[in-house]
Write a protein that binds this ligand. Structure first.
Ligand code: S3P
Length: 443
């Protein structure tokens, strides 16, 4: 996202219920992986449905600076499709300058794994938000494998990485469920001698384990464990990226909050490590459904549908389910604010380390609306108000965080009075046409 201050965006109430069928842009996690893995592989991979957003552009820029040839082109549906020619066995080239990952934590963290086996020195940088996010969780296991970082104990970017051609395969018992951490370790493990294994306290998204075999790498995708067999040669692959459930979640929640709405979103990833929000909404009594229609590689996809639901009730989301809905906590909190009773998200401390401190942002944004929300230890509590009347003239601070910008936009879109959202341009990170897509469903 840009750090330039701009006028807050005025978000007006939708003139009619959301009604109809749509698609959402490609999955951000899968898009990043398709670009990075193709860059690592020998030959030219063919990708379709890649998300065109500033985060994914950061990954494209990074692999280009390292010598991959990217010929992805904008399609009429807004996605990117085309080829990525990787560096394969020759390895990445020493870039001329630092690699700037902008706002993208996925680019920065996965890149550390990509660079791990190569004898080049790369300075990794990010924008103001990314430069505050924890990196030690990635550098710690990679150092055990033989990678060097400067400064060695750096907590945050900028960090300079020097890889190592003789990486040690490790078994790592991760202190947290993080797919970014898991992926960095597995990517390094591809060129280490032996089996690299990572165990997690709960299940995190598994796109890496599911996609690497397409590139010729043997993986094991267990419940809370993943393994890669090294050393492996990566060959090119064909990847079709399904729609992003995290983007679909905003449309689903809009439909649940706007009276009379009924929407269907096609071609959405139905990977269960990502659809925790649908299960939670169901638990809250929402009229939501999923129907599988196919699979792209090992990734299932299908239709997600949602209808306005009069009576939602609060529920408890246990800590071990959080990773399956981690990016949806802000928008689920907004739905919880309209439900009967209290909703509790257990063990959501990790939200403090996202693009902004999302826990603090949720509590203060809901307070602005007159909704009681608070944290106690690592848990988040929201006391819903089924007949909530949002006061006029609210200005929400998105903190330059795309998921917060879209969450607070829903207050205006589904309510009776306009709201303003600061730094709304941050939606460029994951869902550039969010507003247009939702408004189109009301015509
Ligand atoms: C992601 C993993 C999650 C998620 C992020 C994307 C990924 O982060 O919040 O938006 O693509 O692997 P963590 O791995 O830090 O939980």
């Amino acid at each position: 996202m840009s750090n330039e201050a701009s006028e807050p965006k005025v978000i007006n109430p939708l003139p009619a219920p959301l009604d109809g069928t749509m698609t959402v842009p490609g999955d951000k996690s899968i898009s990043h992986r398709a670009i990075l893995f193709s860059a690592m592989a020998e030959g030219t991979s063919r990708l379709v449905g890649v998300l065109d957003s500033s985060d994914v552009r950061a990954s494209i820029d990074a692999v280009q600076k390292l010598g991959a040839k990217v010929t992805l082109e904008k399609q009429t549906d807004g996605s990117l499709a085309g080829g990525v020619e990787g560096w394969g066995e020759a390895g990445p080239k020493q870039p001329d300058g630092p690699i700037y990952c902008a706002n993208s934590g996925t680019t920065a963290r996965l890149l550390m794994g990509v660079l791990a086996p190569w004898d080049i020195e790369v300075r990794i940088e990010g924008d103001a938000s990314l430069s505050k996010r924890p990196m030690r969780r990635i550098t710690a296991p990679l150092m055990k494998m033989g990678v060097q970082f400067d400064p060695a104990g750096a907590e945050t970017l900028p960090i300079t990485e020097r890889g190592c051609r003789n990486l040690r395969a490790i078994t790592y018992n991760s202190p947290m469920a993080s797919a970014q951490l898991k992926t960095a370790v597995l990517l390094a493990g591809i060129r280490a001698n032996g089996v690299t294994e990572i165990n997690e306290p709960s299940v995190s998204r598994n796109h890496t384990e599911l996609m690497l075999p397409e590139y010729g790498v043997k993986t094991t995708a267990g419940e809370r464990t993943a393994r890669v067999q090294g050393p492996a040669r990566m060959h090119s692959a064909e990847v079709r990226v399904p729609g992003d459930p995290s983007s679909a979640a905003f449309v689903v929640c809009a439909a649940l909050l706007k009276r009379g709405s009924a929407v269907q979103i096609e071609n959405v990833s139905l990977n269960t490590a990502r659809t925790g929000f649908m299960m939670t909404l169901e638990k809250m009594g929402a009229d939501v459904n999923t129907r599988r229609t196919g699979s792209a590689g090992k990734e299932p996809y299908g239709i997600v549908s949602a209808c306005y639901t009069e009576r939602l009730h609060g529920c408890e989301i246990p800590g071990h389910k959080i990773a399956s809905l981690v990016d949806e906590v802000p928008v689920l909190s907004l739905v919880a604010a309209h439900a009967h009773g209290i909703t509790v998200f257990r063990n959501v401390e990790e939200l403090r380390a996202k693009e902004s401190d999302r826990l603090e942002a949720i509590v203060s944004g809901l307070a602005l609306m007159g909704v009681d929300a608070w944290t106690e230890g690592a848990d988040l509590f929201i006391e819903g108000q089924p007949n909530l009347v949002v006061p006029e003239g609210l200005v929400f601070d998105s903190r330059g965080d795309h998921r917060l910008a879209m969450t607070w936009a829903l207050v205006g879109l589904t309510g009776r009075v306009p709201v303003q959202v600061t730094d709304f341009g941050s939606v460029e990170v994951s869902y550039p046409d969010f507003l247009e897509d939702v408004e189109r469903l009301c015509r």
